[in-house]
Design a protein around this ligand. Structure first.
Ligand code: GLC
Length: 559
C-alpha cells in the first residue's frame, strides 16, 4: 500500500499537456460546501475545502456554473456570463479561489453555457422589449407564430425537459428554447453573439482559468430555414450523418476553430472539453481534435452495463478514437446529470430489458426498493479503479469518492430539477437529477452533516452521516481511502498513454491490462473469485480472498 504523501506543487510550470491524463474533479458549487450560511454552497466553501482536494489528489477542478442565475436549471440558465452569483461569491473571491487552487497545484476548468442564456440575461430582456425584426431579437431565435394572430407555435417541437420548445411573447412571435422556457437559445448566426462569447472566454482566461467545459457543444448551430419541419419530421433526420437541422451540424466547428485560436494565444493554451451527446464516434472526435475544443467527453462507459465485454469494446474504440483525433481519452461514470454509478450498478435490469443493468437507469433514478446498495458500491469501486488505470483523463463527480448513492427520497415540493417538473419525469418514469445534487456530507452528524451552518437547499437523507468525509477519513477500508490511495498511485505510476491487454487473463468476466512501469490492472466483473497474476498487489477495491480477486473487484499489481 502506498503512503498518502501529496506530491502536488504550486502551479508555475507552463505544461501545455497537463490535461491529457489529468484527474478532474467536478464541483457542483451550490452543493459542495456552504461557508456563508445561506444553505447554498459557495466559493469560500470551495476554498475552505482545498486541503481536502489536495489530499484526495486531483489535478484539476471542473466548476459547474457559478454565474448569476435564477436557478431554473441549476445554474445552466446564466444571467451574466462575466460575473459570479452573489449567493456564491464575488469576482474578487473567484480570483482568490483561482490563486488558492493554483497554490495547491490544482487547475481550474469552468463550465461555459453557450447554447442558451437565461431569460433574465440583459440581451433577452432587451429582445422582449424590442419589436419584431429588431437587432435585439436577432441575438435569439424568434419566429412568427402560426394562425391568424400568431397564436400557434411556429412548430410542434418538444423541449429536452418536456413540453413545447417554443414560447410566445405576446406579440405574435415565439422564441426557441431547447431546454426550459427560462433558457432561450442564442442565434449563433449572429456575429454579435459569437464575439460576445469570445469576450467571455477571454475574460475568464485572463483571470487564470485553465480550461472550459462546453455545455451541449453540439447544439449551437441550427438550420432554421423555412418551412420549419414538424416534430415527426425532425425525428426522421439522420443526426449521425450531420443532417439534423438542430443538432450535431458540421458548421458548429467553425465556432470552435475561433475559440481554439483564442485559447492558443495563452501560455499554456487554455483547454476545453465538449459535452456533446453525439451519435457517432467520428462526430465526437471532431470536437476532440486539436483544431477544435481539444477534448470531448465520452459517455460510453457511463452508459454501459457492468460487463467485461462491453467495457473492453468501449475501451478499445475510445483509445483508437483518441489515437486518430490526437486528443486523449476521457472516462466518466458520474456527473450532475445522471444517476450516481453506485446506484446504477446496484439496480436490476428493467422489465423487458435486453441489457443487464445500469443503462436504463442513467437518467431515471430507479426504484429504491430494488436497490442492492452494497453490490452497487462494490461495483462502483471496481469500475473507478479500472477507470483510474486507463490512459487519458478521468472525470470524477463530487461525492463519488464517498461511494454516495443517489438520493431517491426527495419530496416533490423540495425538488428543483426542471426535468422532474416538465414532463420528462412523466414520460420516462424517473426522478430527475436532484438525487445526485444533494449537498455533500462532510460530518457524521449535525443539521447539515457539515455542509454549512444552515439548512441545505436540498434535503439530505439520514444515511448521509455514515457516508460522510468524517466517517470515512480515518477508515482504511472506506471508499474515500480507496480513492486517495488510487489517486496517489496513479500519479506515481502514470507515464505515456499506452495500454496492453493481458490476453491470457482477460477472458470471460475478467479484464486485465498493463501500463508502462509494470502497472497491471485486473477487474473481475463476475461473482466467483479469480487468480491474480504474479506481482506485488498495490491496491484492491475489495479485500482479496485467499490471495484471489473476489467478484466485482479490481486490483492493481506491480509486475
Ligand atoms: C447540459 C448540462 C445540464 C443542463 C443542460 C442545459 O446537459 O449538463 O445540466 O441541464 O445542458 O444547459
Amino acid at each position: 500500500m502506498t503512503s498518502l504523501t501529496v506530491l502536488s506543487e504550486p502551479i508555475t510550470a507552463r505544461d501545455a499537456d497537463w490535461w491529457r491524463q489529468a484527474t478532474v474533479y467536478q464541483i457542483y458549487p451550490r452543493s459542495f460546501a456552504d461557508a456563508s450560511g445561506d444553505g447554498i454552497g459557495d466559493l469560500a466553501g470551495i476554498v475552505s475545502r482545498i486541503p481536502y482536494l489536495r489530499e484526495l489528489g486531483v489535478d484539476a477542478v471542473w466548476l459547474s456554473p457559478f454565474y448569476p442565475s435564477a436557478l431554473a436549471d441549476g445554474g445552466y440558465d446564466v444571467d451574466d456570463y462575466r460575473d459570479v452569483d452573489p449567493r456564491i461569491g464575488t469576482l474578487e473571491e473567484f480570483d482568490e479561489m483561482v490563486a488558492a487552487l493554483h497554490g495547491a497545484g490544482i487547475r481550474l476548468v469552468v463550465d461555459i453555457v453557450p447554447n442558451h442564456s437565461s431569460d433574465r440575461h440583459e440581451w433577452f430582456r432587451a429582445a422582449l422589449a424590442a419589436p419584431k425584426g429588431s437587432p435585439e431579437r436577432e441575438r435569439y431565435i424568434f419566429r412568427d407564430g402560426k394562425g391568424e394572430n400568431g397564436e400557434l407555435p411556429p412548430a410542434d417541437w418538444e423541449a429536452a425537459f418536456g413540453g413545447l420548445a417554443w414560447e410566445p411573447v405576446g406579440d405574435g412571435q415565439w422564441y426557441l428554447h431547447t431546454f426550459a422556457p427560462e433558457q432561450p437559445d442564442f442565434n449563433w448566426d449572429s456575429r454579435e453573439v459569437r464575439d460576445d462569447f469570445l469576450e467571455t472566454l477571454r475574460f475568464w482566461s485572463d483571470r487564470g482559468v485553465d480550461g472550459f467545459r462546453v455545455d451541449v457543444a453540439n447544439l449551437l448551430v441550427k438550420d432554421l430555414s423555412e418551412p420549419l419541419p414538424s416534430a415527426a419530421e425532425l425525428r426522421a433526420f439522420d443526426e449521425a450523418a450531420g443532417e439534423h437541422p438542430l443538432a450535431s451540424r458540421d458548421e458548429v466547428h467553425e465556432i470552435y476553430a475561433e475559440w481554439r485560436e483564442l485559447f492558443d494565444r495563452y501560455d499554456p493554451p487554455r483547454t476545453a472539453v465538449a459535452e456533446a451527446w453525439v451519435p457517432t464516434a467520428r462526430q465526437r472526435a471532431r470536437f476532440a481534435s486539436p483544431s477544435s475544443l481539444g477534448q470531448a467527453f465520452s459517455f460510453d462507459l457511463l452508459e454501459a452495463d457492468f460487463d467485461a465485454a462491453q467495457f473492453r469494446d468501449i475501451i478499445d474504440d475510445n483509445l483508437a478514437e483518441s489515437r486518430a483525433s490526437g486528443a486523449s481519452s476521457t472516462w466518466v461514470f458520474s456527473n450532475h446529470d445522471v444517476t450516481r454509478h453506485a446506484t446504477r450498478y446496484g439496480l436490476p435490469p428493467r422489465a423487458g430489458s435486453t441489457t443487464k443493468q445500469g443503462t436504463e437507469w442513467v437518467a431515471q433514478g430507479g426504484p429504491e426498493e430494488q436497490l442492492d446498495r452494497e453490490l452497487g458500491e462494490r461495483r462502483a469501486r471496481a469500475a473507478t479503479m479500472l477507470q483510474l488505470a486507463l490512459p487519458g483523463s478521468a472525470y470524477l463527480y463530487q461525492g463519488e469518492e464517498l461511494g454516495l448513492h443517489e438520493v431517491a427520497d426527495i419530496a416533490p415540493d423540495e425538488r428543483q430539477d426542471p426535468a422532474f417538473f416538465r414532463g420528462l419525469n412523466a414520460t420516462k418514469d424517473g426522478l430527475g437529477r436532484d438525487g445526485c445534487r444533494v449537498p455533500l456530507p462532510w460530518a457524521s452528524d449535525g443539521p447539515s452533516f457539515g455542509f454549512g451552518p444552515a439548512r441545505p437547499h436540498l434535503p439530505q437523507p439520514e444515511w448521509f452521516g455514515a457516508s460522510s468525509v468524517e466517517a470515512q477519513a480515518g477508515d482504511p477500508s472506506s471508499t474515500l481511502s480507496l480513492y486517495r490511495e488510487a489517486l496517489a498511485l496513479r500519479r506515481e505510476l502514470q507515464s505515456d498513454e499506452t495500454l496492453e491487454w493481458l490476453e491470457e487473463i482477460s477472458a470471460g468476466d475478467v479484464l486485465a491490462f498493463s501500463r508502462p512501469n509494470g502497472w497491471v490492472s485486473v477487474t473481475n466483473f463476475g461473482s466467483a473469485p479469480v487468480d491474480l497474476p504474479d506481482g506485488e498487489v498495490l491496491l484492491s477495491s475489495s479485500p482479496l480472498e485467499g490471495g484471489r480477486l473476489p467478484g466485482a473487484a479490481t486490483a492493481w499489481i506491480r509486475s
